[in-house]
Design a protein around this ligand. Sequence first.
Ligand code: UDP
Ligand code: MN
Length: 252
Amino acid sequence: PSTIIYAVTPTYYRPVQKAELTRLSHLFRLVPNLFWVIVEDADETSILVRNLINRSGLSHRSVLLHAKTPSDYKLSKKDPHWSKPRGVEQRNLALDWIKRRVKHEPGHGIVYFMDDDNSYSVELFEEMLKIERGRVGVWGVGLVGALNLEKPIVESGKVVGFNSMWRPERPFPIDMAGFAISCDLFMNNPDAAFSYNVQKGYQESEILRKVTTREQLQPLAINQVLVWHTRTEPSKMDNEMKLAKKNLPPSD
Ligand code: UDP
Ligand code: MN
């Protein structure tokens, strides 16, 4: 049986959401062995996301779940984006769902945590298929950690360090977009999960330290940049209210 890549995407409603998910769904149309686990940060799944999945032709290889971030942990508009962990509830629910499914599947599975706003190359998914059973693949991520490229340092096929400048003392000083994990590791380490109870920037280390060691990491995409930690500027909406007052038809 061929390898399945489980792409886990937390997502939440805001004006740019549909644009982000459209980009992502069009990428996935180019990646045959991918299964999309979308988790809405909401009390229920939305018609917007459901329709988008159906229109993208991915309904037979995706699942739409929901898990609301508890209000104590939810970022408000005033909070700086890094002040609270994002995606904890959603990624943990996705992991539970994947574990339940993988139990009945003999083949090799790989879990990749994908923000809805990053930029991914199709080639990254070809690289990911090289991840061996029971291992974690790692690669560089562009435009993160105040660097052009934050990446593992590789010597004779082994990860010997990282070039990270931001909190380099972290056990795994890498971004969420810079690794994918063999499903076996989640089956063998059932308590591997994300947590609210970690310092800023330690979410990646929190999951990785439960399933692997630095020595066991499998470096991939060496000398290539196949993913960028882009962030979308929030769009201005001030004219929507004015438009409504003029009694013109809504702009959608
Ligand atoms: N996210 C979410 N609820 C929130 C904020 C973020 O589900 O209240 C999702 C978001 O859609 C993205 C992921 O969590 O897929 C990471 O969030 P973001 O991209 O804002 O984090 P950053 O890139 O700044 O670390
Ligand atoms: Mn992001």
